[in-house]
Design a protein around this ligand. Structure first.
Ligand SMILES: [Zn+2]
Length: 271
């Protein structure tokens, strides 16, 4: 079963009974704190005991390092950061699938889903950049680079030059560049590519005052892009798409590895 948020109901009576008990207890906890004279959330209470997340939901960071082939990233800090960030998506999945925040509605949940989707997208970005660093290390100054990677333009840059600059740490690929570099070396499934591109644009909505230029009756107008009364934004389906895209990245990386397997420099440097 994919870790996305399910839309059909797979619950049963004993599960719902527990959920009702938890809901009653959570409410009782806040009522009891208020009854003790604490005006939450303006005032707060320091408790030496806390609510714990269950121990068997969030998977170990080693699991993600293995599944995402992160040992192949030369930058160990980047790979650790990515592994812990992917682990954090288990927490996001937990909140979205166990609480009402995962239900599509105009509420605090919309904002939560927005930032959850942006979090997943920033992991996707870091991972794609990591793949580019892998490529640059393997082949960035390879004498036979034309055999390994056909040259071309990436955004406005020369691909071979960009890879050299990445290898020499003069550059770090930006999201769009990373996406294009990876796609040039081992073409990404079109449907996945479109989703990654859509997420990249959506990630820019991190600005609450985000502007968009749209044509209305031929005239260019500017409007705020986030929430409005007439448009429903940040549905759970969009979050699920981001999670599925993230999960498909190890395969994308593997395709790049396979494509570079014949690089003579890489063979020499490994041998
Ligand atoms: Zn090469």
């Amino acid at each position: 079963m994919e870790a996305g948020i399910m839309e059909n109901d797979n619950g049963n009576d004993s599960i719902y009974q527990i959920i009702r008990e938890i809901n009653d207890l959570l409410q009782k906890l806040e009522d009891t704190i208020r009854a003790a004279g604490i005006n939450t959330p303006e005032e707060n209470i320091n408790l030496k005991e806390k609510i714990r997340l269950p121990s068997n939901y969030i998977r170990k960071v080693e699991h993600f390092e293995k599944v995402y082939l992160l040992h192949l990233f030369k930058d160990k800090e980047l790979s650790k950061n990515i592994a812990y960030s992917i682990q954090y998506t288990d927490f996001l999945n937990y909140i979205l699938s166990r609480t009402t925040l995962g239900k599509n509605a105009l509420s605090i949940g919309s904002i939560f889903r927005k930032y959850a989707t942006i979090s997943v997208t920033s992991i996707i970005e870091a991972y794609l950049v990591g793949i580019c660093e892998f490529v640059a290390d393997a082949c960035g100054s390879c004498k036979n680079i034309n055999n390994c990677i056909p040259n071309g333009k990436v955004v406005n840059k020369d691909l071979h030059r960009l890879l050299r600059d990445i290898k020499e740490k003069k550059e770090m690929a930006k999201f769009k560049e990373a996406l294009e570099i990876v796609n040039k070396i081992a073409p990404i499934d079109q449907n996945l590519y479109d989703i990654l591109e859509k997420l990249r644009e959506m990630r820019n909505h991190i600005h609450i005052q985000y502007f968009d230029k749209v044509k209305v009756s031929g005239a260019q107008i500017v409007r705020t892009k986030d929430f409005s009364k007439t448009e429903f934004r940040y549905p759970i389906q969009e979050y699920n798409e981001a999670i599925v895209a993230l999960k498909s990245l190890p395969k994308v990386f593997q395709n790049v590895i396979d494509r570079l397997a014949k690089c003579s420099e890489k063979v020499n440097s490994l041998g």
